[in-house]
Design a binder for this molecule. Structure first.
Ligand code: SAM
Ligand code: SF4
Length: 429
């Protein structure tokens, strides 16, 4: 979502005359769009500002703006901790960035803008076209969260659940496709909680996008298991453009830990969702997020997670050590032993990697459908992704970016598949 927001921030600043530069020392303004989900992400912001300071030591100081969830959570404190920062802007007020910069240029007074104005934000954004022109483009449809998992900052930094108007989203999708997008990834912190005017759900959006000519693939992320409703599951049966990989975070395989996390689902419910999906489409695969070392997690709880991983056989998953976030209920709980948590994380990641390896191996000498996203810098190879998001690097003489290609896989490593282009006549698997 930060990538989507960063693109929109660029669209907004281009109206007041700014343009992107890849030469750092040329910049008049830095916008650091930040993430607050784990402590490591927060610390990166101050490290990056340190690097800007060093680079501009003998040059005119650039305008430094911190946007995103760190700005929301720490607001004024950021300017106190790092006076090099001129402006903090929360994720629900970045539509004002143009005016704020112009104000700053006039008055040179520090600015703290962290109001929740998500309706105003999307009203403003719909007036300027999304300039993104990637083959695979992001499109935010929903923001915020009302679930309040005990470890998570999102309800505090992005605010309550908000669903963008249905027509606004379809217009933006059509605009992206006319810019060249062939895949759209619908985004939301709780994307499957999308509900506009109690009439349009995520399934309505998918069914409408499925009819857009020239759009070839649809994905959405991130979903909460509780919101995997029947109408959404049915899309995996009826919508051929909806890709058969569902990212469905479970966090832990232990019911005791899930309860203590306030996740509002248990492992049996989670398994029943997967079962329903497999019933409507046997090709569906699941990826997930895991938190290890949550306060109170015992060896037995961790083994429950490992056992669940074995049962489901997840692909392309993410795993993290619990990071206490200030202001969340679990931040005050007694922390688990870090060395133990690191050992558990390694064990879990090894297991997930084994599944990934096994999954990649299955492609060997097979043909698979790849959406070609770009030509690599070496000018000899192309990059694309399978229907399950696995990156594919392949050689081709004459293929077109944006087409669905038939690639024969000849080798693989942990993360990528490698192959050769055979034809653009693909049968969707
Ligand atoms: N809404 C999605 C859900 O409920 O499953 C998750 C979105 S969350 C923004 C992305 C992921 O970050 C979570 O699935 C979780 O694994 C991880 N995460 C969130 N808070 C965390 C914390 N305090 N420590 C470690 N990982 C965390
Ligand atoms: Fe955070 Fe997802 Fe839980 Fe919402 S549902 S509080 S975004 S982890």
């Amino acid at each position: 979502m930060n990538e989507y927001d960063s693109n929109r921030i660029y669209d907004l600043t281009s109206i007041i005359g700014y343009s992107k530069t890849h030469i750092k020392k040329e910049a008049d303004c830095f916008v650091l769009n930040t993430c607050h989900i784990r402590k490591k992400a927060t610390e990166k912001v101050y490290d990056e500002i340190g690097r800007v300071k060093k680079d501009f030591k003998n040059l005119k100081k650039p305008l430094v703006v911190v946007s995103g969830c760190v700005a929301q959570a720490e607001s004024e404190e950021m300017i106190k901790r790092e006076p090099y920062i001129d402006m903090v802007i929360g994720p629900q007020s970045y539509h004002k960035i143009g005016d704020l910069i112009l104000n700053y240029e006039r008055k040179k007074e520090k600015i703290n803008e962290t109001k929740f104005d998500v309706v105003g934000k999307f009203d403003e954004l719909k007036k300027i076209s999304n300039s993104q022109n990637k083959i695979s483009s992001y499109l935010t449809i929903q923001e915020g969260c009302d679930k309040f998992c005990h470890f998570c900052v999102v309800p505090y930094t992005r605010g309550p659940e908000y669903s963008r108007p249905f027509e606004q989203i379809i217009d933006e999708a059509q605009n992206l496709v006319s810019n060249g997008a062939r895949e759209i990834i619908l985004l939301g912190q709780n994307v499957n909680a999308y509900n506009y005017n109690k009439k349009y759900r995520l399934s309505s959006l998918i069914r409408t996008l499925n009819n857009i000519k020239n759009l070839k693939r649809i994905r959405f992320t991130t979903s909460h298991p509780k919101d995997m409703t029947e109408d959404l599951i049915d899309c995996y049966k009826d919508c051929e453009k909806l890709m058969p990989l569902l990212h469905l975070p479970i966090q832990s395989g232990s019911n005791k830990i899930l309860k203590s996390m306030n996740r509002k689902h248990n492992r049996e419910y989670y398994m029943s969702v997967i079962e329903k999906l497999n019933k409507v489409n046997k090709n569906t695969k699941i990826s997930s997020d895991f938190i290890v070392g949550y306060p109170g997690e015992t060896d037995e709880d961790f083994e429950d997670t490992m056992e669940l991983v074995k049962k489901v056989g997840f692909v392309n998953s993410y795993s993290f050590i619990f990071s206490p976030r200030p202001g969340t209920p679990s931040a005050t709980k007694k922390l688990n032993n870090l060395v133990e948590s690191k050992i558990r994380l390694k064990k879990l990641q090894n297991k997930l990697e084994n599944f990934q390896h096994r999954n990649n191996k299955e492609y060997l000498q097979q043909h698979c459908e790849v959406l070609i996203e770009n030509k690599l810098d070496n000018q000899e190879e192309y990059f694309g992704r399978t229907r399950y998001m696995t990156p594919v690097i392949f050689k081709a003489n004459n293929c077109k970016v944006g087409e669905l290609a038939n690639i024969k896989i000849t080798s693989f490593n942990q993360k990528n598949l490698f192959g050769i282009y055979e034809t653009n006549k693909v049968k969707a698997a």
